[in-house]
Design a protein around this ligand. Structure first.
Ligand code: ZN
Ligand code: ZN
Ligand code: ZN
Length: 602
């Protein structure tokens, strides 16, 4: 492979860097991969104006200075036409000013100019990504130096400075830890050994998404191979779609670093194999096996397909084969045999597939559920709902108590449920002996003010008002229903400590009771670190001031995910709980962020 050494420290010497880029440009143009930029883009009057590091340039003033004479006689907006000055300008203060002027009146632009302005914003955005990359890399290097120093001084894992740079950035950028950690890795790769890609970002021709692909796919390569791949991929990136660049980079990685690719695959299978459940944007959900063995996936898919084809061949089910596959999939994963659906149905009659037939097994009338005009015939379920253990937390808006029957329910980690989903979930949960019932009262501002836990196991199935759609009950009827439910669940509501604490729920032991845990989880549904979305029920309940100096009480306990629990204990981090419902975090950079209680979306 290429033996050329990596250009080290591309920003230590600007002249070298520019020469390198220019050579690259000349090579690409000669090879026919890039069109030669118009003269003006290189040294024409429009770009030879040097503004130094000016960052406070008045766009109108600049446009007046630049044009029309400064742009070779072109009116400012006309320069965005194909092949004209601005259309090829590198992202710099002049292009920023011209763009700002153009977007102030987009209606005046021709289609050609509009596209030119769009391309200009893209180049400017890529320049901003380049700037972010430099800043993130500098930040990461400082933390890395602190980390290495602490390690060399013999400090144990978890007590080293600079150990959680991703968590620190996540709070600042209001983003997830994996996202900011990814940005850090990419920034380090780009600034340390991908000079061509980095130059492409600076020149506005490579965006962050493409740069991330190149950084990820060259990470496992040797220095020399990474330098070669950087040149090849940076030259190709501007002209390839993201997926095309991804495939090209993947092929290059497999060729240059096959062992590393194989090792990564093996590690992912060992450490990251899982079944994943998520909400779809539509409100439905998905269930997927991740990081599976490829041959397993082929075999499973073939098995699902074969069963789906059998169901369809029976003539009992019409509808897209995709839905039959999904039906087979859910049956198999709930311990049912999909073929039982065939024996559970009567012989096909001419109208068998038409919606509206009574289900012979359950007697359920499909008419109400069937969307009109659908060709899908809901197949018979061979059994009723599968019992499901759940902690059902009924959310009751206090300010609108009388309209509570219409309030949507929430399932932990799943967000809002609609009325049908709530009904199905409650029915399944009611059948399971481990199901527990709680009630949280929500203030008009959306935060929790009281919580109560039922002492009994579960109410009689179907008795919850949430099982019914909002009904036109009178106010007094609804109030009576609520009272009735509170009595039947044997729930005593307790206030949640918010601004102040009377220590009424303080406990004289380290591990909080279920009752105290629920009060805190009702107040904070997620990890109490700013911008963290980890579910409280899967998190640690952390004493802000360690026990026994700090009490086991609402004013000193907060949920923290494992990652943030460790972060809090690292040097440079400080967490305080100035009020029971407020947590303030101070990061190693000295910035503070405040986390407030959960605001329920009901
Ligand atoms: Zn509870
Ligand atoms: Zn207290
Ligand atoms: Zn967290």
């Amino acid at each position: 492979m290429s033996g050329q050494a990596v250009v080290s420290g591309p920003f230590s010497d600007d002249d070298d860097f520019d020469d390198g880029h220019f050579e690259w440009l000349v090579r690409e143009v000669e090879a026919g991969r890039l069109l030669p930029p118009p003269e003006s883009a290189i040294e024409g009057p429009a770009v030879s104006v040097s503004l130094g590091d000016a960052c406070d340039v008045d766009p109108e003033l600049l446009a007046a200075v630049c044009g029309p004479d400064g742009l070779g006689g072109q009116a400012a907006l006309a320069t965005f036409e194909e092949g004209q000055a601005a259309d090829a300008l590198r992202p710099d203060p002049i292009l920023a000013a011209l763009t700002a002027q153009a977007v102030s009146g987009p209606a005046c632009l021709t289609d050609d100019e509009l596209i030119g302005v769009l391309q200009a914003t893209r180049r400017l955005a890529n320049l901003v990504s380049w700037q972010q990359t430099l800043v993130i890399a500098e930040f990461a290097r400082r933390r890395q130096a602190q980390f290495e120093a602490a390690k060399a001084a013999g400090r144990p894992v978890g007590c080293r400075d600079g150990e959680f740079p991703g968590e620190e950035l996540a709070m600042e950028l209001v983003a997830s830890g994996p996202y900011t950690s990814g940005r850090i890795d990419t920034a380090i790769e780009l600034t340390s050994r991908l000079p061509c890609t980095l130059a492409g970002m600076r020149d506005g021709v490579i965006d962050l998404g493409r740069a991330c692909i190149i950084a990820a796919r060259t990470h496992s390569m040797s220095e020399a191979d990474a330098a070669y791949a950087d040149r090849v991929l940076a030259a190709a990136a501007p002209g390839l779609r993201l997926d095309q660049l991804g495939r090209k980079a993947e092929a290059l990685e497999k060729k240059l670093a096959p062992e590393a690719v194989a090792e990564r695959k093996k590690l992912a299978r060992e450490l990251d194999q899982r079944v994943e459940t998520r909400r779809e944007e539509s409100g439905n959900a998905y269930l997927a096996g991740r990081e599976l063995d490829v041959s397993d996936v082929f075999a499973s898919e073939a098995y699902i397909d074969a069963l789906a084809v059998k169901l369809r061949s029976s003539g009992l089910f019409v509808g897209p084969i995709g839905r039959l596959r999904a039906l087979v999939f859910t049956d198999l994963t709930q311990g049912r045999n999909p073929l039982d659906r065939i024996s559970a149905r009567p012989a096909p009659a001419p109208e068998a597939a038409s919606p509206g037939d009574d289900n012979p097994r359950t007697g359920r009338d499909h008419q109400a559920d069937e969307p009109s005009g659908s060709t899908w015939c809901d197949p018979a379920s061979p059994s009723g709902p599968v019992p499901l253990p759940a902690l059902i937390n009924l959310l009751v808006p206090a300010g609108t108590l009388l309209g509570w029957g219409a309030a949507p329910a929430q399932a932990a980690g799943w967000g809002l449920l609609d009325a049908d989903e709530t009904k199905a979930l409650l029915q399944a949960a009611s059948l399971h002996p481990r199901t527990r019932w709680c009630m949280t009262i929500i203030a008009p501002d959306g935060t929790a003010i009281a919580h109560g836990c039922a002492t009994g196991r579960h109410p009689p199935p179907g008795s919850s008002p949430l099982c019914q759609r909002a009904s036109p009950d009178t106010q007094s009827q609804q109030a009576a229903k609520l009272l009735d439910l509170l009595c039947r669940l044997n729930i005593t509501l307790e206030p949640i400590a918010r601004a102040t604490c009377d220590h009424a729920h303080a406990e004289d032991h380290y591990t909080p009771s279920r009752r105290l845990k629920h009060l805190i989880h009702a107040r904070n549904q997620t990890c109490s670190a700013p911008a963290c979305n980890a579910q409280a029920i899967h998190s640690d309940l952390d004493h802000t001031t360690p026990y026994p100096d700090g009490p086991s009480d609402e004013c000193n306990l907060n949920p923290k995910c494992r990652r943030h629990h460790r972060t809090k204990q690292a040097p440079g981090w400080k967490v305080a709980q100035p009020a029971p419902d407020t947590a303030t975090w101070t990061t190693p950079s000295g910035r503070t962020h405040t986390a407030l209680p959960t605001v329920y979306d009901i």
